[in-house]
Design a protein around this ligand. Structure first.
Ligand code: GAL
Length: 381
């Protein structure tokens, strides 16, 4: 009896290997059969910025809804770890990779994918310094920054302010290894620089006019978008450069950093009791939406990452099926925006979705888009 059981186990194992090998080799044929065996590898950069947890889940769900197998991995802001995850996907026979990278150390894994004829989509973060892929899907990140600048313009009523009674601002930028950080910053400064030039707005701390001033940009950048780094830098500013002034605004590049900066301000008597500076953000994270509702953070930018994930998987499906690319709701970057896809080695096709500025007056936009859980939404209504 035992010998029969052992034989059945061996036959079963051989059968499953034959099936897997067969399905891994399928590349065309009917959509349901072949796409059901095709694997899409999804590599997200980190989980400490909450949006990426949502992105990973959405990408997997949309991929499986189209009949693909999908695996998600989080790099914990460690590019070597993400590279091992990408190599794992390639070893499993993935036919396409969706990559939110941490830094350009990802390029060796992207080169391996190209060598294996595996398509790569850069997801919401351009893969810099590589000519080994063709597609990038993100939001209009320059406009994200413009919204942050407009938030400060509106929050301080800069259009009515004068140089006789200047307003004071200090500047933060995102991770220096994330190419988006430059677009966010330059978008914001395109709105703020005219007020600085006229003396209406005065910068406390380092002042890169644009990200091209790399020395000063590096001084305001925040490694791997780490909130503790931003909090410590804000505490140092409050004790030193900003000790003798009252800050009216802080340019914060995303919500996790915005909340850390607000925490530092609230520990300073000058800003306690409802006298916080205008603090910007992006990602419409729930905690920040609540902070905006409660009058602390001033604004965020809603980037509907559910729509981004859906568009990325639609792009993946069209690439894998060799179809003409047509992504409803995403414009192919052109004109001045083409540089959003410039990796420094190649200009890849960049598909841009539209961001939305969110202040206390329109918190309902992400709520109505079902971006939050029901329990969270109930707290925002
Ligand atoms: C950027 C992304 C932002 C924010 C940030 C922090 O690349 O565009 O939306 O998530 O990373 O991770």
């Amino acid at each position: 009896m035992k010998r029969i059981f052992a034989l059945l186990v061996v036959l079963g194992a051989i059968g499953s290997l034959v099936f897997a090998a067969g399905s891994g080799q399928q590349s065309g044929g009917g959509a349901s059969a072949s796409s059901g065996s095709l694997l899409i590898g999804i590599a997200m950069p980190e989980t400490h910025v909450l949006r990426w947890q949502k992105d990973g889940a959405s990408l997997k769900s949309f991929a499986e809804a189209k009949g693909y197998r999908a695996e998600v991995a989080f790099g914990d802001a460690d590019q070597n770890q993400q590279n091992r995850q990408l190599q794992g996907f390639l070893t499993q026979g993935a036919k396409l990779l969706v990559v939110g990278n941490i830094n350009d150390g990802v390029n060796s894994a992207i080169a391996d994918a190209a060598r294996d004829s595996v398509a790569v989509i850069a997801y919401d973060r351009l893969i810099m310094g590589s000519a080994d892929y063709d597609y990038y899907i993100t939001f209009n990140n320059f406009k994200v920054g413009q919204f942050q600048g407009q938030g400060i313009e509106q929050g301080l009523d800069l259009k009515s302010a004068t140089a006789d009674a200047p307003k004071y601002i200090t500047l933060f930028a995102g991770s220096p290894t994330d190419n988006n950080s430059k677009f966010f910053f330059d978008g914001a400064m395109s709105v703020l620089n005219p007020y600085i030039d006229s003396g209406v707005l005065k910068v406390v701390g380092p002042y890169p006019k644009t990200s091209a001033d790399n020395a000063n940009f590096q001084r305001i950048a925040t490694e791997n978008w780490q909130a503790p780094i931003a909090k410590t830098r804000m505490e140092n500013l409050l004790s030193n450069d900003a000790r003798d002034v009252v800050l009216d605004a802080v340019l914060a590049p995303n919500d996790t950093l915005a909340r850390a900066i607000i925490e530092a301000c609230l520990a300073d008597a000058k800003y306690a009791g409802g006298k916080l500076p205008v603090v910007t953000g992006q990602d419409a994270e729930f905690d920040s939406a609540l902070s905006i509702k409660n009058g602390q953070q001033y604004m965020t930018v809603f980037k509907d990452t559910t729509k981004l994930a859906e568009a990325a998987i639609l792009l993946a499906d069209q690439i894998l099926k060799g179809q003409a690319i047509n992504i409803p709701g995403a414009e192919l970057a052109s004109g001045d925006l083409v540089s959003i896809g410039d990796t420094g080695r190649k200009v890849v096709k960049a598909y841009l979705l539209e961001p939305v500025i969110i202040t206390k007056s329109n918190i309902s936009v992400p709520v109505d888009a079902k971006f939050y859980t029901d329990a969270e939404a109930a707290q925002l209504r």
